[in-house]
Design a protein around this ligand. Structure first.
Ligand SMILES: [Zn+2]
Length: 149
């Protein structure tokens, strides 16, 4: 998927997870982490390799858990949500993701769907952008906030 799709989808998931905190900072932070995996080529790494794995997700989350600044103690969760949402969207495309890298280079993608979807598919990107914006708007309106009372 495209970077804007990753960012918006990560923010949509974060708006659900962090809804009780009413913290827009975590939502924006998650959007940034949702794009992080695709910056692999910027630093000279092979595309869709280590940065698209569960071990990368764990490593980044652990680093933030250990060294998050005061007031941002949940930054690790923001990173985990952002990177996992990235892995999910990329697993919907033909290329798949090497989830268990470096233990295995096997790429995983969603059966039936992935073989028909290119990363830059206009339909798939617009679908997830629409879903993401819809979820965020509904969260802001308080429509999707679950209230057990
Ligand atoms: Zn990617």
């Amino acid at each position: 998927m495209l970077k804007k799709t990753h960012a918006l989808f990560g923010m949509a998931i974060a708006s659900l997870v962090f809804r009780s905190l009413r913290s827009y900072e975590y939502i924006v932070m998650t959007g940034i982490f949702a794009v992080l995996s695709d910056l692999d080529t910027v630093i000279g790494l092979k595309h869709r390799d280590f940065t698209h794995s569960l071990s990368f997700t764990f490593l980044v989350s652990l680093m933030l858990y250990v060294a998050s600044p005061k007031g941002y103690e949940l930054a690790w969760l923001s990173a985990a949500i952002g990177i996992l949402s990235h892995l999910f969207l990329d697993s919907l495309t033909r290329g798949g993701v090497p989830l268990y890298h470096p233990l295995s280079k096997k790429r995983y993608s969603l059966p039936l769907v992935a073989k028909h979807v290119k990363y830059d598919s206009l339909t798939a990107n617009l679908f997830f952008i629409f879903i993401s914006v819809f979820l965020m708007v509904k969260m802001m309106q308080g429509v999707l906030i679950w209230n057990p009372t």
